[in-house]
Design a protein around this ligand. Structure first.
Ligand SMILES: C[S@@+](CC[C@H](N)C(=O)[O-])C[C@H]1O[C@@H](n2cnc3c(N)ncnc32)[C@H](O)[C@@H]1O
Length: 355
């Protein structure tokens, strides 16, 4: 049974609902909802729902379970929408183990499972994930700016998203992080007719065969001690296309121009500091602990191709479904909280009406 059902507000809510509308109606609410031809939601305990998926059919899982925070989450002081995150003894560990055991066989051989957790509680799933997966690496999500209301501890700003795979080279697409203002101002300060550009290195520190040659550009001859990074033909092509930055200072290096307009950004690293949590961004929060859509879009873009199946076994407000729909992936969402069915349905109706 769903941990949230066993105790706390969900059980009380469920009992109240059963009294008001009768068991049959509740059963109706508990069936699956086809949100779009490619996105499905099913209400129920995720371990049971996961058992219905075909083995190795899921290219990417996103798991965002309760974090063992010893709190009850509600949307607001006046709203009961939410879930309990209170656990006894080893209950939490056992729950996470059961979810990972159920998800593992459903993950494609070249697929990726992302597991989201607070930095404070990361040690619990990490042990379980490392025992199950051969390859586990953390992504550090800086979800918010520093907090100015913290008095006796360091402000917590980081969540961990463990990236887990069965093989060393799962499907991986390079994605780019947004160019931040400081980076743009510092890096692209030179300008010519084509626009602003940054300086790209051309000289090397370790000599390569065939890359030792002298080169003349802008009336100056350059003869770097350890040679060039590229062969002479490539350097000539850059010169012919006016893509060389000739220094004014005597003895300075020759660089290639990297134009801002042609630069897609920085390839994504394992530190994600360019996505704000819902509280600090523009998105409206429809569910406590809802994650920003941009976070899920990045996770899905990295690990899947269009048409692939994504699964979120504890979907909350359905952020993963919305991101999957935006990127043309198929998605199956589970959650055991009856509140969620309405929120997810509403989210897709709103999207359909406004798109
Ligand atoms: C942190 S929230 C997920 C938030 C979600 N990522 C979003 O963007 O809205 C965790 C969710 O796990 C659900 N949950 C907890 N135990 C579950 C279980 N056994 N099966 C399915 N869902 C469960 C809760 O109802 C809650 O909605």
């Amino acid at each position: 049974m769903c941990a949230e059902f066993r105790r706390g507000p969900l059980l009380r809510r469920f009992k109240k609902l059963r009294k008001v509308v009768g068991t049959n109606s509740i059963k109706l609410r508990m069936t699956s909802v086809q949100l779009t031809p490619d996105i499905r939601f099913e209400l129920g305990h995720c371990v049971q729902r996961l058992a219905t998926l075909a083995d190795e059919s899921v290219r990417a899982f996103y798991l965002d379970p309760p974090f063992d925070s010893d709190r009850i989450y509600t949307l607001s002081a006046t709203s009961a929408v939410g879930f309990s995150d209170k656990w006894k003894d080893d209950e939490y560990k056992e729950f996470i183990q059961s979810v990972i055991d159920a998800a593992y066989p459903k993950l494609a051989k070249d697929g990726t499972l992302f597991f989201h957790i607070s930095a404070e509680r990361m040690f619990i799933p990490e042990t379980i994930l490392r025992a199950k997966f051969k390859f586990v690496s953390p992504i550090f999500w800086k979800r918010c700016r520093s907090k100015n209301n913290v008095k006796n501890k360091l402000g917590s700003t980081i969540d961990i998203v463990f990236k887990c795979s069965k093989v060393a080279t799962p499907l991986f697409n390079v994605v780019f992080q947004d160019k931040d203002e400081k980076y743009l101002a510092n890096s692209f300060k030179n300008k010519d007719d084509r626009g602003n550009y940054a300086l790209g290195h051309l000289v090397t520190e370790s000599t390569k065969k065939g890359h030792m040659y002298g080169f003349t550009a802008g009336g100056k001859t350059f003869n770097p001690a350890a040679g060039w990074r590229i062969p002479k033909t490539e350097l000539e092509a850059l010169a012919a296309d006016n893509r060389l930055h000739v220094p004014k200072t005597a003895g300075a290096k020759l660089y290639k121009k990297i134009y801002l307009s042609e630069n897609p950004g920085k390839p994504c690293t394992d530190l994600w500091d360019d996505i704000h949590s819902i509280g600090q961004g523009k998105e409206e929060r429809k569910y406590p602990t809802a994650k920003p859509r941009k976070l899920l879009e990045r996770i899905i873009a990295i690990s899947t191709n269009p048409g692939d199946l994504v699964c979120d076994p504890m979907c909350g407000s359905g952020t993963t479904g919305a991101a999957a729909a935006a990127l043309g992936r198929r998605c199956v969402l589970f959650d055991c909280n009856p509140d969620v069915a309405e929120i997810v349905r509403g989210r897709f109706q709103v999207a359909a009406a406004t798109s």
